[in-house]
Design a protein around this ligand. Structure first.
Ligand code: ZN
Length: 134
């Protein structure tokens, strides 16, 4: 598994939660951040949610990193949300592993794209999502 297998998608619209035949899914329209016109309808099964505690917390305008196999989403990772409340609600309580040697920034607001993003993506000039596009 390499970093290049992941694509960042912006959710345009969430269609429904639940799915067919009792499957636990969320269905939404999304386009790659790098290709906003390439809108497609995607379905994610609950087991594919890497850092999202509940599929019902997935909302429009969130940014997800998706690992795809054809049309199927194998892994989905939440990277950013429009508000702090939406981001924290989707991620759930912070999982802190071991002892920390430095202050850990869990999340912050990017002044450039005005999203709340995971702390690991924050840079002085912006975040890994919008800085990468420059
Ligand atoms: Zn940004």
């Amino acid at each position: 598994m390499t970093q290049s297998d992941w694509t960042n998608f912006l959710i345009a619209e969430v269609h429904n939660y639940g799915g067919f035949f009792g499957g636990n899914t969320v269905t939404f329209d999304a386009a790659p951040l790098a290709a906003p016109d390439d809108l497609r309808t995607l379905v994610i099964d609950t087991p594919a949610l890497d850092n999202i505690r509940d599929r019902h917390t997935i909302l429009a305008n969130m940014v997800l990193a998706l690992q795809m196999d054809g049309d199927r989403v194998d892994h989905a990772r939440l990277l950013a949300a429009p508000t702090h409340e939406e981001l924290r609600d989707a991620l759930g309580p912070a999982r802190l592993e071991g002892s920390l040697e430095a202050p850990l920034v869990l999340s912050g607001r990017c002044p450039s794209c005005e999203r709340w993003v995971l702390g690991e993506l924050l840079r002085p000039a912006g975040c890994g999502l919008c800085s990468a596009a420059e």
